[in-house]
Design a protein around this ligand. Structure first.
Ligand code: COS
Length: 393
């Protein structure tokens, strides 16, 4: 049986154009043609390397970087990113992860890197030859980015790095890391800078590999007198926090899209199950309680997709800031998807919790999305603060 494909009704919404509809057809062809098939997910490192290679060979990673450096469009197109993540998440959470990290891991380079750094890193990442990572969180600085302690001390033409980062996706397999470290120009957010660090730099080590409920490469990484050229600084000293936030503004809607991909898969599986499941002399789908649940699930998905499409369109077409919109989309889509998947599992009954069931996989996949790239609580804070900025009082 060919892999299940997502419905594409929402591509008729005014947020999308012919290019997006063509990309959706290309993606569906890639998945149906076995582009993600026959990969053993038990070895997540090998699986991710293979997925990155395949996505690169298929030209799909070009959507993670700007055109001048091997990308698909002049600027990173948020709607394309969302479409890709939604489709990949629908089919395979690890494929979505492998794709997403190529963008997040290099987003700050695309935004603020020197010409030389962009030329060195972005084309290789777009071809799937290099794997990238985004190193922001620390053991004592997760949501509170300003509390970071990992230090970068200037010494002549170099910076010397000391400290740790944790929850680093692709930690252990990445070739290149975007690192945020304290350079101390000022206390708090104004004393952080962004750097590019290559995995083979002396003094850089993997301190610990971390396992999670939806396995993917993840690590705590360590810098001990790790010396990098000052040319690997992104933007100006002290700009790191803003670079991190601007990067997250681009990628948070794509997290929303991935969550919606998982939720769409849960809904489609639940509908198929409800239509086939015999119950009380009819089918589960004939029960008003099931119809009501499915109706709520579909509405929760559309609400999330509308907020996500609005954010990506505002960024791509209107070229306006999307801090508030991205936070709304990420919060709503990840929370709604968790609820939708839980409802799908409930409709499956006992089979829903069986090991190996699609609902089990989706249940595990969705959970981290409510936390990473800014937990739901952080998104509420961001929305509230943006609201205050525009309010008179
Ligand atoms: N774009 C550009 N600049 C931004 C920005 C954005 N989206 N958000 C904040 N800034 C600027 C602010 O304007 C402020 O600038 P000035 O110093 O010039 O006034 C500065 O950055 C500091 O902002 P703020 O005061 O809001 O910082 P806080 O320390 O209060 O933190 C939160 C804000 C909590 C929102 C932030 O730390 C955050 O998003 N945390 C979650 C991080 C995250 O996603 N972690 C997961 C890692 S990736 S898996």
């Amino acid at each position: 049986m060919p892999p299940r494909a997502p419905t594409r009704d929402h591509l008729d919404w005014p947020f999308f154009d012919e290019g997006h509809r063509a990309l959706a057809a290309e993606l569906d062809g890639f998945v149906a043609g076995g582009g993600l098939g026959s990969i053993d997910h038990h070895d997540v490192d090998a699986a991710c390397r293979e997925l990155v290679a395949r996505l690169g060979a298929a030209g799909l990673l070009r959507h993670c970087v700007p055109k001048a450096f091997g990308g698909a469009s002049e600027e990173i197109d948020s709607r394309a990113l969302c479409l890709l993540r939604e489709t990949l998440a629908y089919a395979d959470g690890l494929a979505d992860f492998a794709f997403a990290m190529q963008g997040l891991g290099t987003g700050a380079i695309s935004l603020s890197g020197s010409q030389a750094l962009k030329e060195e890193v972005l084309p290789k990442v777009a071809r799937g030859e290099w794997i990238s990572a985004f190193a922001l969180s620390e053991p004592d600085a997760g949501s509170d980015v300003a509390a970071m302690a990992c230090a970068a001390r200037r010494e002549g033409d170099d910076f010397v790095l000391n400290g740790e980062k944790t929850w680093i996706s692709n930690g252990g397999i990445a070739d290149v890391y975007t690192l945020f470290a304290r350079t101390g120009e000022a206390p708090g957010t104004r004393g952080i800078s962004a750097f590019v660090v290559f995995a083979d730099t002396p003094g850089f080590t993997i301190a610990e590999r971390i396992e999670t409920i939806a396995p993917h490469p993840l690590a705590r990484i360590r810098f001990e007198n790790c010396r990098i050229p000052a040319a690997q600084l992104l933007g100006n000293p002290g700009e790191g926090f803003k670079i991190a936030m601007r990067t997250l503004d681009i990628f948070r809607p794509s997290v929303a899209a991935a969550a919606t991909g998982f939720a769409r898969r849960a809904l489609d599986e639940a509908v198929a199950h409800a239509k086939g499941r015999k119950m009380f002399g009819a089918t589960l789908a004939d029960l008003p309680t099931a119809q009501s649940t499915l109706g709520e699930m579909a509405t929760a998905i559309d609400a999330a997709a509308l907020l996500t499409g609005r954010t990506a369109w505002r960024r791509d077409v209107q070229k306006l800031p999307t801090t508030r919109e991205a936070a709304m989309a990420k919060m709503t889509a990840t929370e709604n998807a968790q609820w939708v998947i839980d409802q799908a599992l409930q409709l499956f009954g006992g089979r829903g919790v069986q090991s190996g069931a699609i609902t089990e996989r989706l249940y595990c996949e969705i959970r981290a999305l409510r936390i990473y790239e800014g937990a739901t609580e952080v998104q509420k804070l961001v929305i509230g603060r943006e609201l205050m900025k525009g309010a008179t009082g």
